[in-house]
Design a protein around this ligand. Structure first.
Ligand SMILES: [Zn+2]
Length: 458
């Protein structure tokens, strides 16, 4: 193709400072441009002639012309849809001011790139995904990895109004709300915050497009093409660069982050932590692997379990406090007369005391079973002498071959607890009694027990 376009007569093209552009080409997607209809005819004639030498030809039905006529006196322009170009005896259809042509995946017309089709195409994809037989975690995976990234190319190449980008984000959030059955007042930050920072990890089109656009514009600076260098000096591009840089700097400053990826992530996380449901998210970075299940499309969760787990994570389950927000209705726990928050129900309320114990014991049992499968000897709640009293960790695991003993004492801490402090407290509690117990255990004076007492919670 380069041999073919190399024959195009340079002075006939569109002038940009000292250079002339006659064409632009990516693989077989080519456009030819000129400042007059006569010059264009000449260029296309040469183009067709050179193509035929290489054994190729143009299909006039698949080509389009776009003619913009400028009136210098009235300082106005209009689009002339009159067909004027002839290829092998066939007229090439001319585009009207409203028509677009798909070039490199973009709908190109007189008004830069048309975005009218984006919301409709997105809606059709989302409806198809929502109606599929997939479970909620798989639908969310499809949204994160296929549907949303599919928009980047088109959206990052053009200047968009912020309101338009935000409306696309709203469309995506509406889908997520239906796929995971979330309430209407779910904080915006919860959808777009990274999964490692307690969100759902759906990229925000508004933020993502901004950073992608900045990256594209910056990479143009490295270009040695004289036309590109000239275009970078144009006031339109300079203004766009300044605008994009200003916005991305604001985001970086707001979350004190300097790299692209962390700034993007932290921007949405900040939005979430500022919301009313932020409590309990401060220490989430201490245990990144505990967030993996959110993105795991092949997890052992059923769809229903996944939805419930997401609601617990986002503080979105029904509680006395939640529906009372902004209203004068009673938000107190009917039994305890304190604020009936999810935190109160999960950690404090006496009405669910039994369930709370069951939750703790099930964690211990499943840990114990898994360790036994791996060949460890597991002791449930053995008594360990500690000074004049005794301590009782949930699980003591013994590996005689490796001469190792591990104490596991699971605790379901409140969500705003600093897990390091909790862990250190346990280490201090068990370090001394553990020494004596290990000698006894290694000597074979103990037999594994398999039952948990039902009144033990931590
Ligand atoms: Zn209560």
């Amino acid at each position: 193709m380069e041999l073919v376009t190399g024959k195009l007569d340079q002075p006939l093209g569109v002038r940009v400072s000292d250079s002339c552009i006659t064409h632009s080409m990516f693989a077989n997607d080519t456009f030819v441009c000129a400042e007059s209809k006569t010059a264009l005819k000449q260029l296309v004639k040469t183009f067709c002639k050179e193509l035929s030498k290489a054994g190729m030809s143009l299909n006039p039905a698949k080509c389009r012309t776009l003619a913009i006529v400028i009136n210098g006196k009235t300082k106005s322009w209009f689009c002339s849809p009159q067909p004027h170009l002839n290829i092998d005896g066939a007229l090439v259809p001319g585009m009207t001011v409203e028509e677009t042509y798909r070039y490199l995946g973009l709908q190109v017309g007189t008004d830069y790139v048309s975005h009218k089709s984006v919301p409709a195409e997105l809606e059709s994809k989302l409806t198809k995904l929502l109606g599929s037989a997939l479970n909620p975690q798989q639908k969310m995976h499809g949204l994160r990895t296929v549907v949303v990234p599919g928009l980047y190319h088109e959206l990052s190449l053009e200047v968009w109004r912020e309101t338009f980008l935000r409306s696309i984000d709203r469309q995506i959030r509406a889908f997520a709300r239906r796929a995971v059955h979330l309430p209407k007042d779910t904080p915006v930050g919860f959808f777009h915050t990274a999964t490692g920072l307690e969100g759902l990890g759906i990229p925000s089109i508004h933020t993502q497009t901004l950073f992608l656009r900045q990256k594209r514009l910056e990479s143009l600076r490295a270009s040695e093409d004289p036309v590109i260098r000239e275009l970078l000096n144009a006031s339109l591009i300079k203004g766009e660069m300044a605008k994009v840089n200003e916005k991305t700097t604001q985001i970086r400053e707001r979350c004190a982050e300097n790299t692209y990826s962390t700034a993007k992530k932290m921007y949405m996380a900040e939005t979430l932590y500022e919301s009313v449901d932020r409590r309990g998210l401060q220490h989430v970075l201490q245990s990144p692997s505990t967030n993996n299940w959110v993105r795991d499309r092949e997890s052992r969760f059923t769809g229903k379990e996944y939805v419930s787990a997401i609601k617990v994570r986002g503080n979105l389950l029904a509680s006395y406090e939640r529906p009372a927000r902004g209203r004068k209705t009673d938000n107190k726990c009917r039994l305890y007369h304190v604020m009936g928050t999810l935190d109160h129900l999960l950690q404090v309320c006496p009405r669910v005391h039994g369930l709370r114990i069951q939750r703790h014991n099930e964690i211990c049992q499943s840990l114990g079973k898994a360790l036994q499968k791996l060949g460890w000897n597991v002791f449930y709640e053995p008594h360990m002498k500690s000074g004049t009293s005794f301590v009782k960790p949930d699980l003591v695991c013994l590996s005689k071959e490796e001469c190792r003993m591990v104490i596991i004492d699971p605790i379901v801490a409140v969500d705003n607890a600093n897990l390091n402090d909790v862990a250190e407290g346990k280490v201090t509690k068990y370090s001394t009694p553990c020494q004596n117990y290990m000698h006894k255990a290694m000597a074979g004076n103990l037999s594994p027990s398999t039952r948990l007492r039902s009144n033990q919670t931590s």
